[in-house]
Design a protein around this ligand. Structure first.
Ligand SMILES: [Zn+2]
Length: 380
């Protein structure tokens, strides 16, 4: 398939410009497993949206990734903790999202909610804790987690297969870290438009590729959003965007929208610099720098999530250990390497902060007193 036969997922333009060099980089899956090089990444010349080309090979590869999907396998299926900007304490990501949602909109004591791409129910559980009067449903490609979901108080049912299986009439539809996986996101959102009750609310969260270039390397992510491009996409699907926030969860975009009153209006396309222009070059430099740092042993990677897993795949056997501050992960192993708490890293060891630049700087400063030789990625 040529670039010309694909169209931009946001604006529909057929003018997609492929990024040379991307195919040479190792990739990673969204459930944190190394994945070989070979993808195709393009930027729209009209709206600057960065996207994978949905070639037959992309569909084949993603189907394979989902068949073997192991959600949050680094922590025994538990959702990762994020730093809550309100309390300053680590909390489950879904709890933070539900708190922010409930703080911004008046949700009644009872209603119908569905989580699209519900996985093993992290969001549904968080919603149930906060709003126990609600009827909660989920949608997934298959019924792997049905039993776990049915144990959640207030859980109504799991819909599987195609979105056609989901009935209309939901007051709230949530879609966290799912939209970026679909090959036709506008069509998906138009479908969801029809599933909302009048005045219903759509909540979407996706990675912010402008702040987190590692997102480009996730093989099963087709769309790489910025706050602007996500808002444009949602508008094209017939929604009125109420808010786009980047401070709910670091490196993620959280968007709320409701069905627009009239037919979908033309959303102006805003051109800009594609995030891949700087992002790919930054990633290439990072692999190079980490490779040089790994010449001094022992060498470890900070983190056990997407970025560290991706870099582990690129550096292969040069990684002796991982470092993680999450007490649920430190003390265990990851890809047969020990996961050490920062305090347990041997004095003089080299540790590469495989993190988005803002996060790497903050951690480097905070742990600077330890006798570790930290290596940070360059500024983006
Ligand atoms: Zn476009």
């Amino acid at each position: 398939m040529t670039t010309e036969s694909c169209v931009c997922v946001v604006c529909g333009s057929s003018h997609l410009v492929e990024r040379p060099g991307f195919a040479a980089l190792a990739r990673v899956t969204s459930d944190c497993r190394p994945f070989p090089a070979g993808g195709r990444l393009a930027a729209c010349a009209d709206c600057a949206m960065v996207q994978k080309l949905p070639t037959p090979l992309w569909h084949e590869e993603t189907a394979r990734i989902y068949r073997e999907y192991a959600i949050y396998h680094q922590s025994g299926g538990r959702e990762q903790a994020v730093l809550d900007a309100v309390t300053g304490r680590p909390r489950r990501r879904s709890q933070v999202i539900v708190d922010r949602l409930a703080a911004g909109v008046a949700l009644p004591a009872a209603g119908r909610m569905i989580d699209i791409g519900c996985g093993n129910g992290a969001m549904i559980s968080a919603f149930a804790e906060r709003l126990p009067g609600w009827s909660l449903s989920g949608f997934e490609i298959d019924s792997t987690h049905d039993e776990v979901l049915r144990a959640i108080p207030g859980f109504a049912r799991l819909y599987t297969g195609s979105l056609d299986a989901v009935p209309p009439g939901f007051d709230v539809i949530t879609m966290l870290h799912a939209l970026e996986h679909f090959a036709e996101p506008v069509a998906v959102l138009r479908d969801l438009h029809g599933k909302l009750a009048p005045g219903g609310l759509l909540l979407i969260q996706v990675p912010n590729a402008a702040l987190n270039p590692f997102d480009l390397m996730i093989a099963d992510h087709l769309s790489h959003f910025t706050p602007d491009s996500l808002a444009h996409l949602v508008g094209r699907a017939g929604f009125r965007v109420e808010s786009v926030a980047t401070d709910w969860v670091a490196k993620e975009i959280s968007l709320q929208a409701r069905p627009a009153a009239g037919p979908a209006t033309g959303v102006p396309v805003r051109a800009g610099r594609p995030v891949s222009d700087d992002g790919i070059a930054w990633l290439e430099t990072l692999v190079n720098d980490a490779g040089k740092a790994a010449q001094d042993q022992p060498f470890g990677l900070f983190g056990t999530s997407i970025a560290a897993t991706w870099l582990f795949g690129a550096l292969a056997d040069r990684v002796a250990f991982f470092v993680d501050e999450d007490p649920g992960r430190a003390g265990g192993t990851y890809f047969d390497r020990p996961v050490l708490a920062p305090e347990a890293v041997p004095a003089g060891a080299c540790v590469f902060l495989a993190l988005a630049p803002t996060v790497a700087d903050a951690i480097g400063r905070r742990l600077g007193h330890l006798p570790i030789r930290f290596f940070r990625p360059s500024a983006l």
